[in-house]
Write a new protein. Structure first.
Length: 264
């Protein structure tokens, strides 16, 4: 999983340049795609990294490229950076958008393979992992020509099957894609629920039981997870936790770290 963790020291701040963002609660300013953030330093470091949340850049604080940045910088473009080789910039930024999706899929596939109950589809998951891994090593032209949406769809079918197997025998409430923004879900029994793609912005999940709940792509920005049990939740990314609020009593999946901004 190490290669699926962002290594900013081996990247060229691609996430600070390639994407566009709009002034909002997540970003203090508007920034067009392909334009460096004004906080970006000449050495590719962020000039306000230690104070992103306080300066209105919480969206930057929770962003995760799943290691796509260093893959594009060091492998796809062989260490050439967009400042010293500006002719690479447009293609590098476009490739980064594709690579980030592929690396995210690698992360989900790796998580699915760790589910013992998903053993019936492990062979297919491994095949999908190998295929996706191969795609990440493609040339810029190959990556830009890739039908990444089609590949995501095929992998997502497998991930849903893995999720269904892992949640078999549970109540399996289906709230996939539901608008639960601001919902009062205190102490809710959400064991085995599908919350894939659900909007849980600022939802009150204090004390909720999310054992074996599928949180793939759920928007947890500002959600209150104090005393909630996510220890057995499926497909919880670090960025989802970083976007939420919790406390010392929040139970997390084993490999996730407790965000520094959470209350103690």
């Amino acid at each position: 999983m190490d290669r699926l963790r962002a290594d900013c020291a081996r990247c060229f701040a691609l996430c600070c340049v390639a994407p566009a963002f709009a002034a909002s609660t997540d970003f203090a300013i508007d920034k067009p795609a392909g334009v460096p953030c004004p906080n970006l330093l000449p050495d590719f470091r962020c000039g306000i990294h230690d104070g992103l949340r306080g300066r209105g850049f919480s969206g930057c604080a929770v962003y995760d490229c799943f290691g796509a940045g260093q893959q594009v910088a060091q492998v796809t473009f062989g260490g050439r950076d967009w400042r010293r080789a500006p002719e690479t910039a447009p293609r590098m930024f476009a490739v980064f958008a594709v690579m980030r999706q592929l690396h995210e899929l690698l992360w989900y596939l790796t998580e699915a393979l760790a589910l013992p109950a998903a053993r019936p589809v492990h062979a297919e998951l491994r095949a999908a992992l190998d295929t996706t891994e191969g795609l990440t090593n493609g040339t810029p032209d190959a990556l830009l020509a890739l039908d990444v949406a089609g590949h995501r769809h095929a992998v997502n079918v497998l991930l849903r099957r893995a999720s269904d197997l892992a949640r078999a025998g549970q109540r399996r409430l289906d709230r996939g894609g539901a608008d639960l923004a601001g919902a009062d879900l205190r102490r809710a029994d959400l064991r085995g629920a599908s919350l894939r793609g659900a909007c849980l912005i600022r939802a009150d999940l204090r004390g909720a039981d999310l054992g074996l709940a599928d949180l793939t792509g759920a928007d947890l920005r500002g959600a209150d997870l104090a005393d909630a049990d996510l220890s057995g939740a499926l497909f919880v990314t670090q960025s989802q936790l970083d976007a939420a609020h919790g406390d010392a009593a929040t139970r997390l999946p084993g490999s996730r770290r407790r965000p520094a901004h959470w209350s103690v």
